[in-house]
Design a protein around this ligand. Structure first.
Ligand code: FES
Length: 162
């Protein structure tokens, strides 16, 4: 079944890291304003987008998420001065790194939302869910083989004529 065939039935799991001061409040505003957005996203509140270590994103993906959203205050409005610029740099690096492993960069999305932008935040979530549905489930590469063990499917050198 191709990824396109999955779009009708596949419901991606999206982990959304939101900063306490803006994007989490935007999500809250969307909720209190009864703005509908897909229920695929699980929000995790952190104090600032600069707190989001790239390993958080990799752990979410390796533990079963199909995509990760990083949401923070608009550039210039971070409550910890310039930490969202750090998030921006980390996001770019993450996308490049994931692409090296064959993982679509669209699976990690960075967005800005102020506390007053509930509708915008809801729209960002809806857009990301649609995009990840088109990509299909993330089949995270298998865990590395422990040192010292040889998996049966890897031929020994003599079998491949080396
Ligand atoms: S406090 Fe929101 S991004 Fe830093």
């Amino acid at each position: 079944m191709s990824a396109l065939d999955n779009t009708n039935t596949f419901e991606p799991v999206i982990i959304g890291f939101t900063c306490n001061w803006c994007s989490y409040r935007a999500a809250d505003l969307a909720g209190t304003s009864r703005i509908k957005y897909p229920p695929n996203v699980r929000l995790i509140r952190v104090m600032c987008s600069g707190r989001i270590d790239p390993t958080f994103v990799l752990k979410a993906l390796s533990d079963g998420a199909d995509g990760v959203m990083i949401a923070g205050c608009h550039p210039g409005e971070c409550h910890y001065l310039e930490q969202n610029y750090k998030a921006l740099r980390r996001h770019r690096l993450l996308q490049k790194t994931l692409a090296q492993f064959g993982i679509e960069p669209a699976r990690v999305r960075l967005t800005w939302a102020s506390a007053a932008e509930g509708a915008l935040f809801a729209q960002e979530i809806a857009t990301m869910v649609d995009e990840v549905k088109q990509l299909g489930p993330l089949n995270w590469p298998a865990r590395p083989v422990p040192v010292g063990s040889v998996p049966a499917e890897i031929p020994v050198l003599s079998e491949v004529g080396a």
